[in-house]
Design a binder for this molecule. Sequence first.
Ligand code: 9D3
Length: 230
Amino acid sequence: MRIDVLTLFPQMFESPLSCSILKRAQDNGLLETALTDIRDFSTDSYNKVDDKPYGGGPGMVMMPGPVFDCFEHVQKLSPEEGRPILLTPQGQQFDQAKALELAAEKRLILIAGKYEGFDERIRTGLGAEQISIGDYVLSGGELAAMVIIDAVVRLLAGALGDEDSAKDDSFSEGLLEYPHYTRPEVFRGMKVPEILLSGDHAKIAEWRRHKSLERTKKWRPDLLRNGDST
Ligand code: 9D3
């Protein structure tokens, strides 16, 4: 997969992209990333990329010119057409189903903005879908773009050390995970549940299933309500 990011802060992406799974995926050739600075496509002498909203109101709006020019430049960097995604608080909320959907794409083009928002013609003109990562206010779309990159890339075959752990993901199953334990058997007086030491794999699987359900009921009952609030 190729992921392009259009941003005013390409430096913000450098550390996350050079560590852990995201680094490994790029080293393996599973992932190619490219960061492009929207400000490089400003056409005025102050390098302006935002302006006051027509109709008045607070804050500044991302100008369509630099974003369009940047997008068209980026699209041409590679022959595969990229799926344009705008990070905005108005978008559909990102979830594991969306991560799986995006992981099937050959190329994504993520557009992260600062300021109050994008000129509406950016969304409509580029035919971009909008994604939010949740109901809280960030200072820009950069961290949201990184969240999406992380969730998508770990799903690409081979990016994981252990292929099974993706299938095992609690959200793919719709339940929270069972509790995990490792050595030592007793830590500060707290013992590992006996059943995990029993070697009885059927009983262990049953116990884990039970714990998953119990914790989901207690901590995330919304996950059991079948999504349609009935
Ligand atoms: C008072 C109006 N604000 C909307 C809630 C304006 C505004 C604040 C912050 C507009 C954009 C932003 C910056 N946020 C993002 O660009 C963003 C975001 C977010 O804030 N929360 C969750 N997901 C996302 S994706 C992009």
